[in-house]
Design a protein around this ligand. Structure first.
Ligand SMILES: [Zn+2]
Length: 507
């Protein structure tokens, strides 16, 4: 019998011993002894690759249909996670004694009833026309085709519909060459400018590069945009006038002199429920149990999307972020076996993919006092890329929220998995602004120390190919143990990790 098994048996007996005062005193004495023993050897073996694998294959299975925020699929996945948390012995820590914290997700999109025609050709929305932003507009105005947007005069386009072809000319952003980014970047670059010159609608006509991003763009824009009360990312209308993307074959038509655009654009909005799953393990120290070390991830992903030319329609998000969701369950089991002095809070955020909404909501409406959150250890995608490397973000100013916390994260990597740590993605100059794209961000905004564990994006990122079979279970288990060890150390510190003086994120 090894020491861990001994402690487990002992804890099982604890309830039986609590039958009279003498036994309680004896139990307390013995527990102190076992806690001291366990202190030096935390039950990191409670985090098992087999459990992680089993949970991952279940959560990333097609039966959850990609866990899209605001749908029944996200709710079903949330119920499953709460049930696993309950089975692991974690206590509910959501609203009103439940495992759940619900919030409302507002979706706005361009209505399919919108109509667009030029001359006697009607364009079918999402098949041969994309309308960029929700809004209401009626346009009946002549089209002016322009070759050079930067030299166009207000006199030429005021009160008219301006049409132009997509072009990367003059745009410095290197991402403009990525097919799925190209059109959006060009629209962002030109639409405001052209609207400021008095255009009443703007038509962008596709070229070959834009065409490569068409399928994804129809999906994205048809879906519309999402917000919650308190959103950190405010969807701002670019222009207030309709922005329309037509495919390449419409070019001769918009170039013909004397053409007229008739468009009636309508929008619609929906309110959906979304949910955070919240559970806890109570700390062992009566003085520190009122403070929480938070383990954070998101349970939602991108749902079902029928992209033309792509056979698989379910975005299982095995890495993003079933990997972390199941790691949190494993970490919970380890804390359940031996709590830290502080309490631990486990939050499976909803609606991360739609704009970090679950974490924004929880940071605004925490179910425990906000001052009691001593650190947030967030992770997003921890099961892919090279087996020997990973990233820990929140180490490099201005992202460094707490040197004390950062030091522990690094030290636990050194003592444990020994990953080669990428530093590029943590830099304020990184074009992907990765630091701002996961659930620690709303907490950092509230001046709570954070760390962000990730194995970074890869070729399958946000594709239907992000499936359980592509996950490196061993690596996932190592990162789960590293997160656990970091949190365990923080939960037992005499003093909570201090915020970095003058901490100020660049956005
Ligand atoms: Zn994610």
């Amino acid at each position: 019998m090894n020491i861990l098994a001994l402690i487990t048996l002992f804890l099982l007996q604890k309830d039986m011993l609590m039958t009279n005062r003498f036994s309680a005193a004896l139990a307390a004495l013995l527990l102190t002894g076992s806690a001291l023993m366990a202190q030096s050897k935390k039950p990191i073996d409670a985090i098992k690759a087999d459990d992680i694998k089993k949970d991952l294959y279940y959560l990333a299975d097609d039966h959850f249909r990609g866990r899209e925020a605001g749908t029944l699929d996200e709710l079903k996945a949330s119920v499953w996670l709460a049930e696993q948390a309950r089975k692991a012995g974690l206590e509910p820590a959501g609203d009103d004694g439940t495992y759940f914290q619900f919030f409302s997700l507002i979706r706005e999109r361009v209505s399919n009833n919108s109509t667009i025609s030029i001359g006697n050709r009607s364009f079918h929305l999402w098949q041969d026309a994309i309308v960029y932003e929700p809004g209401f507009a009626s346009v009946d105005a002549p089209i002016v085709f322009i070759n050079d947007a930067d030299t166009v005069s207000a006199a030429t386009i005021k009160g008219k519909v301006v049409a132009l072809q997509f072009s990367a000319k003059g745009i410095n952003d290197p991402r403009v060459q990525v097919p799925t980014r190209y059109a959006g970047i060009v629209v962002n670059y030109w639409a405001k400018y052209l609207a400021s010159k008095g255009a009443v609608a703007i038509i962008f006509v596709g070229d070959e590069l834009a065409q490569k991003g068409w399928g994804k763009a129809t999906q994205y824009n048809n879906r519309g945009s999402y917000q919650i009360e308190g959103s950190l990312f405010h969807r701002q209308l670019l222009t207030g006038v309709p922005i329309i993307w037509l495919q390449q074959d419409a070019l001769p038509l918009v170039q013909q002199p004397g053409q007229q655009l008739k468009a009636h654009i309508f929008s619609e909005s929906f309110t959906y429920p979304s949910v955070n799953v919240v559970a806890k393990v109570k700390g062992s120290d009566p003085k520190l149990a009122g403070e929480y070390v938070v383990f954070s991830g998101h349970q939602d992903h991108d749902g079902v999307r029928n992209v033309p030319g792509v056979a698989d329609s379910i975005y299982n998000g095995a890495d993003d972020n079933a990997s972390v969701s199941v790691a949190l369950l494993a970490i919970g089991r380890a804390f359940r076996r031996q709590p830290g002095k502080r309490s631990t809070l486990f939050i499976w955020h909803g609606s991360e993919e739609r704009g970090l909404f679950g974490s924004t909501w929880f940071a605004d409406h925490p179910t425990v006092p906000r001052e009691s959150l001593v650190a947030v250890l967030n992770a997003d995608m921890i099961g892919n890329n090279a087996p020997d490397s990973a990233a820990l973000l929140g180490l490099i100013p201005p992202h460094l929220s707490s040197s004390a916390l950062a030091k522990i994260g690094l030290e636990e990597n050194r003592k444990g998995p020994g990953f080669k740590l990428d530093t590029a993605w943590d830099k304020a100059t990184h074009p992907e602004v990765w630091y701002f794209r996961s659930d620690h961000y709303p907490y950092a905004k509230k001046n709570i120390p954070v760390l962000y564990f990730s194995s970074l994006p890869h070729a399958l990122y946000h594709t239907p190919g992000d499936e359980a079979a592509t996950i490196n279970i061993e690596k996932l288990t190592k990162i789960a143990r590293w997160m656990y060890a970091t949190g365990f150390t923080v939960s037992n510190l005499a003093e909570r990790p201090a915020m970095e003086p003058g901490f100020q994120l660049e956005r």
